[in-house]
Design a protein around this ligand. Structure first.
Ligand SMILES: [Zn+2]
Length: 118
């Protein structure tokens, strides 16, 4: 979305993004079907306008990505393959909380649970 032009990534965010891309690309190989990003990097100025977005969202730090998942297929795959999430180094926001999308992040939530409530 070119958001990085107006709100450039700092060194830490670039490293986070690199880590996230490696994890997500690995996940995609397991999933084996096309996946499209619905939301990636969200600068603070934009994140604050997103309805329901967490104030300290991992999207702001390039540590999280949302994929379009209106039929819940990616969420379902994740729930059935927690070992794959673990192998990729990814954590899933509870599908109950993400009806139209699938939120994956490459850092553990506070709870440490592989599948977590926001
Ligand atoms: Zn998200």
């Amino acid at each position: 979305m070119n958001r990085d032009k107006e709100y450039p990534l700092d060194k830490e965010m670039q490293q986070n993004l690199q880590k996230l891309l490696v994890a997500v690309n690995l996940f995609r190989q397991h999933y084996g079907k096309p996946m499209s990003v619905s939301s990636g990097y969200r600068p603070a100025a934009i994140n604050s306008k997103v309805k329901g977005a967490a104030k300290k969202s991992n999207h702001m730090k390039c540590l999280a990505v949302d994929f379009k998942d209106s039929d819940g297929a990616i969420d379902k795959f994740c729930m059935n393959n927690l070992k794959i999430l673990e192998a990729c180094g990814l954590w899933l926001e509870s599908p109950d909380a993400t009806p139209e999308w699938c939120h994956l992040q490459c850092v553990p939530p506070k709870s440490g649970n592989r599948v977590f409530k926001p």
